[in-house]
Write a protein that binds this ligand. Structure first.
Ligand SMILES: [Zn+2]
Length: 315
């Protein structure tokens, strides 16, 4: 990768991918450097003297003889796929603007549907854990959103069946343009839920703009300053200029999920939301996307299939 920062990103082509990560050895070397930038050390005893058992591709500690592979203890653990297939999958999912379904991934990388589904969800899990660990700061627009229901004309959707509520938040720069966004499924729009969410996802001293929904005042529990702009709710609230960005983003994410996946299992909505936020938040860093993603993936614990299929927790 070039060390010079390119001001206007030209993206990262498939040719670049093949050039950098086209062989197993290139992928292994890259993962090793991202996992152990200071050189290998034993995860059991911390010793940095080891030998590499070539036939089994294992690192063995000199002191305690603990054996580890390049991917053990990471989201890639126990994969049977070549690393080049993983890199191609990561490339497709992170570089696509609107997302890649498991079905499309299956066709592109030549694996079974189940394998593609599992790879897709592991990649999304990494994205989710990454963005969950970063909180928003500065000026933030906040809104309540729902998956699986429209709020046009009717009530705000609160309490409706079959709708999954999620908090949408977006931080803005001084020009009022979006910097980062975060969307998390919540149990409902109640003071306790918003308080719990805010403590996890907002930095203290942030300024939070929301409409008049009373539960949003709970952001003060996270030491944020709250400004409530009463819009009267309903469809007309989307026309208020204060909420232009947040409403645009909620619309974009819903359209992208519907357009790419047609139907999703609502229990995995947290991961789909995270996927879109992750890509949006890094849309100017396409060239660095693979190293940055893999760095986090190597620090994301394994996720066996049965865990992957369970409903995710609330953000
Ligand atoms: Zn050891």
């Amino acid at each position: 990768m070039s060390k010079n920062k390119v001001q206007f990103q030209v993206g990262y082509s498939l040719i670049d991918l093949v050039k950098h990560y086209g062989t197993e050895e290139q992928c292994r070397q890259a993962l090793f450097n991202w996992r152990w930038p200071m050189g290998y050390y034993c995860s059991e005893c911390g010793c940095d003297k080891y030998c590499f058992l070539k036939s089994r591709k294992l690192y063995q500690c000199h002191k305690c003889h603990h054996q580890a592979s390049l991917i053990s203890g990471t989201i890639f653990e126990q994969t049977k796929l070549p690393l080049t297939t993983w890199f191609l999958g990561i490339y497709l999912v992170t570089q696509s603007k609107t997302g890649v379904s498991a079905l499309a991934l299956k066709r592109e990388i030549g694996v079974s549907y189940n394998t593609a589904w599992s790879m897709k969800h592991k990649i999304m899990q990494v994205m989710k854990e990454r963005d969950d660990s970063k909180s928003l700061s500065g000026v933030i627009q906040l809104d309540d959103a729902y998956w699986g229901g429209e709020r046009h004309g009717g009530k705000r959707g609160r309490g409706s069946k079959n709708k999954v509520p999620f908090v949408a938040a977006i931080s803005l720069n001084e020009e009022g343009h979006p910097i980062a966004m975060n969307m998390n499924v919540v149990k409902g729009f109640r003071l306790t839920e918003v308080s719990r969410w805010a403590k996890r996802h907002l930095q203290p001293q942030s300024t939070v703009l929301s409409d008049g929904l009373p539960c949003f005042s709970a952001v003060s529990d996270a030491h944020c300053y709250h400004i409530s702009i009463v819009t009267g709710g309903g469809f007309q609230s989307v026309t208020k200029k204060e909420f232009t960005w947040i409403n645009t983003m909620i619309g974009n994410v819903k359209n992208a999920i519907t357009g790419t996946y047609h139907a999703i299992n609502p229990r995995h909505l947290p991961r789909y939301l995270a996927e879109f936020c992750y890509r949006h938040n890094r849309r100017f860093q396409l060239e660095e996307m693979i190293p940055r993603f893999c760095y986090i993936a190597l620090r994301t614990p394994p996720m066996p299939g049965r865990l992957l299929k369970l409903a995710e927790g609330y953000g």
